[in-house]
Design a binder for this molecule. Structure first.
Ligand SMILES: [Zn+2]
Length: 699
């Protein structure tokens, strides 16, 4: 690299600007009718929609947004530090009902506090005590149980640093958080649903140790966090399973899974692994989990020794998510156990959460990418280490493709996602891609040293995005505000419009030539990106050479590179180190490329009624971007649960005033037959934006 003399290619540059002016116009789809729907949805979208659909029926990770507390900020007035929960529960095995007693040990932070506030939804309380003395004047409103510290003559010491013990005996019929089925009962509580099955301070930043006693039928086994202390007889026909987690755990990771399970043990070095599944799944489970010990070893070598006393996987059915990373005891969806390891990436993902999510927990759910982006990136690290670097490249390319599609449909920043997008594709796939990019920016040595430092600093605790940034800066010696600001705290993806031109070396140098590289960033509704961009330069009679330039956060930049030989071609980002859109064009041919940037605005799909017996009204609402971006028409279609097109519903014009589209699906397929009850996917396409949602048709 050397400084670039712009005057030498000024003519070409002026021409470049003209060409770019033509291609930089945002893609407004208003003039073009929406295309006919595809006949098959992509497999990864089908899986995502199926997860969402199962959430519709049974509630699960996709219902989580609905449970978002109204005033998370109110919890900032947290007057105590929860340090230990003893949780005695009897999950009913005949209905969705839980009886329990929570014994909270806390340390006072604010000596002026008068109540111990706990999150609890739809519970009844039969006994409440503070320091062993009954309380009768507690209040319960708005999902908060407020227990008076003092009542009458009973007023235990509560200066800063004092320890208090609060005991709450409760009962509930949870609508979320705890799930009962004939064959199994289990919990699934991320992010704010622990409060539906046990009273607690339900934010991820207040981690505690845990003793969990679960009373279940003697015909069943009950699996939970940490180590199994003992199993002792309870009332006739019941056993009490005592699990102890001595490592701090967040409330959303506290879990039980109980059923008549078959058990299969493995070991990874000194780490015991226990898997439980239904007895008839034993052969499949052994095949599916064959690589799990190697996964534990791989991640232990990359990051830190496995941080808990055991690892486990409990398979339950039905399950709203694919998997859930309950601390030291993951819960998995039974239908993923096929015997062919098709969903092995799910085992990898949940295991990776033991480090990123459980060992180091996001300080609140605005930083959820520190859990999900990391676990997604770990899927690529696993195949890189276990299969090949080529498999890593393919995994990253697929994640980037998903991130691009998600960005096309709805652009938002990774940090503090909109309420319905805490578990959005952008969090997972763009989040994972960001870690890949950071790895390429810093190099492997600094990057992995930074991950290890981040883990050591926040082990068994919490971390924010800026904490992660600080660890990477300290490990690398680089300042990284620019990187995190553009990739995490702002929404969007760069679109590079670029070209190159070979020119004679100046001053003349026999056998050498200069390559002029022109880079313009043409994205809209996104920042300008500062990034190192690598180019591959292909030469006649010489091997390819690679050069990296620092593209500043500017709309247009040009570079010159001196190379030996005659240049025959240039490739931007040959190793796929940047999540991006690219517009290539030939500098001296005035052929404008299609603008790729999706532009502002998005289409949101709703269906009502849902579940439905007869007709379903599908509505598309155009949000954001302003009136000028509203497409003239939107096109609707319905697919079956395998992703196959069932009905092309054609286009609907924007309603007067703009921004609303609606069609009615009469439950018929394209051949005019009524479809069978089951799960279907409705899709709306408006311009380059689309959204799909599950619909359930009931008999
Ligand atoms: Zn995850």
């Amino acid at each position: 690299m050397r400084p670039f003399d712009r005057s030498r290619v000024r003519g070409s540059l002026r021409r470049l600007v003209l060409v770019l002016a033509l291609i930089a116009t945002p893609a407004l789809a208003s003039a073009d009718p929406p295309p006919a729907p595809e006949h098959l949805l992509p497999a990864d979208e089908v899986l995502r929609l199926l997860e969402e659909a199962s959430g519709l029926e049974s509630a699960g990770k996709s219902n989580l947004a609905a449970s978002r507390p109204d005033a998370v900020a109110a919890d900032s007035l947290h007057a105590y530090d929860a340090i230990h929960y003893r949780l005695d529960v009897t999950p009913s095995r005949t209905s969705r009902h839980v009886d329990g007693t929570v014994t909270l040990t806390l340390v006072v932070r604010d000596p002026a506090f008068t109540t111990v506030d706990l999150d609890a939804i739809a519970m009844t309380f039969s006994s409440i005590k503070v320091a062993g003395s009954p309380r009768t004047t507690w209040t319960y409103a708005g999902g908060k149980l407020s227990v008076p510290v003092c009542e009458g003559p009973s007023c235990p010491p509560h200066a800063t640093g004092d320890t208090l013990v609060v005991e709450v005996t409760y009962a509930c019929n949870p609508t979320l958080g705890y799930y009962y089925y004939t064959r199994n009962s289990y919990t699934l509580a991320e992010p704010w649903e622990a409060r539906y099955w046990w009273p607690c301070y339900d934010e991820p930043s207040d981690k505690t140790t845990l003793d969990l006693y679960a009373t279940v039928p003697v015909t069943e086994s009950c699996w939970s966090n940490g180590v199994l202390v003992d199993v002792v007889p309870g009332a006739p026909g019941l056993h009490v399973w005592h699990w102890r987690e001595t490592h701090p755990i967040a409330t959303y990771l506290v879990s039980i899974a109980t059923a008549n399970f078959w058990r299969f043990d493995q070991v990874a070095g000194t780490v015991p692994i226990v898997n439980v599944a239904f007895p008839e799944d034993s052969t499949k489970a052994k095949l599916e989990y064959v690589n799990v010990p190697a996964m534990v070893t791989t991640f232990s070598n990359l990051w830190a020794p496995y941080p808990f006393d055991k690892y486990g996987q409990a398979t339950v059915d039905p399950f709203g998510a694919g998997g859930m990373e309950h601390q030291s005891m993951t819960t998995l969806r039974r239908s993923l156990l096929r015997g062919d390891r098709l969903y092995e990436s799910v085992w990898v993902h949940e295991l990776a959460h033991m480090w990123w999510g459980d060992w180091v927990t996001c300080v609140d759910f605005r930083d959820i990418w520190l859990n999900e982006g990391f676990a997604t990136f770990a899927e690529a690290l696993w195949v890189e280490n276990f299969v090949s670097p080529t498999a890593y490249d393919a995994n990253i390319a697929a994640a980037m493709n998903s991130a691009l599609n998600a960005d096309t449909n709805f652009r938002y920043a990774i940090y503090d996602p909109p309420p319905n997008y805490i578990f959005g594709t952008t969090i997972y796939k763009k989040g994972g891609s960001v870690l890949h990019m950071l790895r390429r920016v810093l190099g492997d040595s600094d990057f992995f040293a930074g991950m290890q430092l981040y883990g050591q600093r926040h082990a068994y605790g919490n971390a924010s995005t800026r904490d992660f940034q600080q660890a990477m800066e300290d490990a690398s010696g680089e300042t990284l505000d620019w990187f995190f600001d553009e990739w995490i705290f702002a929404g969007g993806i760069p679109t590079y419009a670029w070209s190159w031109q070979a020119v004679a070396a100046d001053p003349p140098a026999p056998g050498e030539s200069d390559v002029a590289l022109f880079v313009r960033q043409v994205q809209t509704a996104a920042p300008l990106y500062r990034m190192p961009i690598e180019f591959k330069v292909t030469r006649s009679a010489a091997p390819d050479t690679f050069v990296t330039v620092w593209n500043d956060a500017v709309a247009e930049q040009a570079f010159a590179v001196r190379v030996n030989g005659t240049v025959t071609g240039v490739t931007l980002d040959p190793r796929n180190s940047i999540l991006k859109r690219v517009q290539n064009y030939v500098l001296d041919a005035d052929v404008p490329a299609a603008a790729l940037d999706p532009g502002p605005g998005r289409i949101e799909l709703s269906a009502a009624p849902n579940p439905a017996r007869g007709s379903v009204v599908l509505r598309g609402a155009w949000l954001g971007g302003g009136a000028a971006t509203i497409p003239a028409a939107a096109r609707f279609a319905v697919f079956d649960a395998a992703g196959r097109l069932v009905r092309d519903l054609g286009t609907a014009a924007s309603a007067p005033g703009g921004g609303g589209f609606a069609v009615t699906w009469d439950r018929l397929d394209d051949a005019g037959r009524a479809v069978a009850p089951g799960i279907y996917f409705a899709q709306v396409v408006a311009g380059v934006k689309r959204e799909a949602r599950p619909i359930v048709i009931v008999p």
